[in-house]
Structure formats: structure tokens, C-alpha cells
Design a protein. Sequence first.
Length: 107
Amino acid sequence: MKNRKFLLLLLIPLLVIVLASCNAASAPVEEADVATAPSNIPISTADHSQFEELKKPFETGPEVTKACLECHNEAPEQIMANIHWTWDYKDPASGEVWGKKGVINSF
């Protein structure tokens, strides 16, 4: 349980960024951008501006995270499984292993 709380505390800033990008994704898209965007990748699966629980003002980042996790309840595990957090690289010269998955502060 302690590790899960720690994990959620680490994810708060990342989830705030994701929420902000979702808001940016709902902005009008210029026609030139649409022509170059891949057609098989949706901008979003939902119009978050339509959710009443997101229409209130948020005072802090953790409040935003809590609201996000009401629906996106598997987000912490999904984020920690993506390439940003799981990449590693073994330096052939030193044998040292680099990457985010083996360090404590990996922002």
C-alpha cells in the first residue's frame, strides 16, 4: 500500500500534464494539421469538456489527479508500463545500465 501511494504521488505531475494535453487536444485543429496527422490515431476517445465533474475549478494538482482517476482508474499502471518509464540501455563501453526503470527519482 505504501508503494502504491508513493507511485501515485510520482504520477500526479504527469497526470496533470496529460490532462492539460487533453484540454489542448480539444482545441480547434487547423486544416493543414489534419492533412499531416495520422488518420488511425484518434485525438481523444472522449470529449472531456462534456463531463460535469471536470467543469469545476480545481485548486491543486492533486485535485485534478483525483478527478482523472475517478474514470481513468488504471492510468497509474498504464503510465508506469509505457516506454517512457520502462526504457533501459546498457552502455557497451562501461557496462552501466541506464534508464528510468531502475532509479528512484526518474522525472
